[in-house]
Design a protein. Structure first.
Length: 477
């Protein structure tokens, strides 16, 4: 942005002075090993010079501080970053204690939350009580009602769980319900009337999946989609995927036997994940259609999908708000993030841990600085809200760029999504965390994005082409 000359109003809100905007990045789950060691219970002031041997994630955020101050209009204020790493205790009590300590030390204008494992809602709520804005909060687990409780304080690049549910339901109602079976692996099933089974998480530790599944079930029933059978699984997420459990395996066996007995041709899976389900179906020689929903953590990425039974996942589609990752198979990060990061660190190694995890926060930081820019010199939650909501509605320009605008009462960027089909035979870039590199999601309509209710006509496969762009997402949650 160009030069700004004028009075910026000085201290317009907590964390804002005439010279600076105080921004705190909170990394939940410190001490865990994720391609390297995440610091634990450590605060870093990024306005101070970096030290030799500092954690690579700290260096990455130091580079982002340089990048965003240079690229965006901050009205003669310098954005001053701090990064705090939680001690690994992810209980609500600890996160509330973190918020109290961080507030006392930094008094930030805005926080950017990086979720390593669990939800950071307790931390966000405690900070918002001080009038602090939050970015990156939802990862599609907060609801629109929760967001509305703090109007103008919570913002997210990704949509809330309500949007993910509506995106999925609108696809099933428009493209699946009016049409016969189309991509089953069971002999003679294609062309028959669809019979639906509904698969849902019953894991008490993952309540956000239940919220999404209730909304999806209601919306599907409203458009005439009814379930011949339902099935639940008790363990959700990474634990179920990597280690499994007797209860998960037993539940999957019972679910798939019941679905097969009821003649279910099409399994609707609205969020969550468990490899036992596809393994259970394959064991029975049962190959229905699988239509899954991205909840922000699981089925939109290649890593989680490569551990599904490949004979089942060959008949799978996912509906997701995700944007296109590297289309060339060479980067573990989004191309736009890589290009931005290289502008301040031209020598960065594309496979470096710090770059990979820095890119998880790129969209959230970009949204924050867009908000600072559109707010104008008088930086407050109200002026930022006015600026965001003045951005005109527009369609997506490419698979990498979502339709990003803010209708009245809405506080998230993404307003559209994609339908993707699983290509089980495509080598899709480098192996990740010990997994193989076979299989990837391909975006139907060669990458085109659609708003809920604006899906193109016809069966899902009407928009499927062999050359559809591969979305090499290694996990965007």
């Amino acid at each position: 942005m160009g030069y700004y000359a004028g009075d910026n109003g000085g201290s317009t809100h907590v964390g804002v002075t005439r010279q600076a905007i105080r921004i705190l990045i909170y990394v939940n789950g410190g001490g865990q090993t994720l391609q390297g060691t995440v610091p634990a219970d450590a605060m870093y002031d990024l306005a101070t010079p970096g030290e030799t041997g500092e954690p690579p994630m700290v260096t990455a955020f130091r580079n982002w501080q340089r990048y965003f101050n240079y690229r965006y209009q901050t009205y003669n204020r310098t954005a001053h970053f701090w990064v705090y790493f939680n001690n690994g205790d992810e209980t609500s009590t600890q996160m509330e204690a973190d918020a109290a300590a961080n507030w006392s030390q930094v008094h930030p204008f805005a926080i950017v939350t990086m979720r390593v494992s669990t939800s950071v809602s307790p931390y966000i709520d405690a900070m918002e009580a001080h009038g602090v804005l939050s970015f990156g909060a939802w990862t599609m687990v907060r609801t629109q009602a929760e967001i509305a409780a703090s109007p103008g304080l919570e913002w997210s690049f990704k949509p809330p769980v309500d949007f993910a549910a509506r995106l999925y339901s609108s696809y099933v109602c428009a493209k699946v319900a009016p049409n016969p079976v189309d991509f089953s692996g069971d002999p003679g099933a294609d062309g028959k009337k669809r019979v639906y089974g509904f698969l849902e998480s019953t894991d008490p530790d993952q309540p956000e999946y239940h919220v999404m599944q209730v909304e999806v079930a209601q919306q599907l029933n409203a458009c005439g989609v009814h379930f011949a059978a339902t099935g639940g699984y008790p363990v959700d997420g990474d634990g179920a995927e990597t280690a499994g459990s007797t209860s998960s395996a037993e539940a999957a066996e019972a679910n798939m036997a019941r679905f097969k007995e009821k003649g279910v041709t099409t399994i609707l899976w609205a969020g969550g994940s468990d490899t036992s389900e596809t393994v259970g179906a394959a064991t029975l020689g049962y190959y229905p259609e699988w239509i899954t929903a991205d909840d922000g953590f699981d089925f939109d990425d290649d890593v989680d999908s490569r551990v599904q039974a490949p004979t089942e996942w060959a008949h799978a589609w996912v509906i997701s708000p995700t944007t296109l990752w590297d289309a060339n198979g060479t980067l573990p990060v989004e191309q736009s993030c890589y290009d931005a990061y290289r502008s301040v660190d031209p020598e960065v190694n594309t496979a470096d841990f710090s770059l990979t995890y820095a890119c998880e926060e790129y969209d959230d930081l970009r949204q924050l600085f867009t908000g600072i820019q559109v707010a104008g010199a008088d930086l407050t939650p109200a002026s930022m809200g006015e600026g965001f909501h003045a951005i005109p509605a527009h369609l997506s320009s490419s698979p990498e760029v979502p339709a990003c605008y803010y209708p009245a009462g809405i506080y998230n960027c993404i307003q559209d999504g994609v339908a993707m089909w699983w290509d089980p035979s495509s080598p899709a870039g480098p192996a990740y965390e010990g997994e193989n590199n076979i299989g990837t999601w391909r975006i139907a309509s060669n990458g085109a994005r659609f708003a809920p209710g604006a899906w193109p006509p016809g069966q899902p496969t009407a928009q499927k082409q062999a050359h559809d762009v591969a979305n090499l997402n290694q996990g965007w949650s």
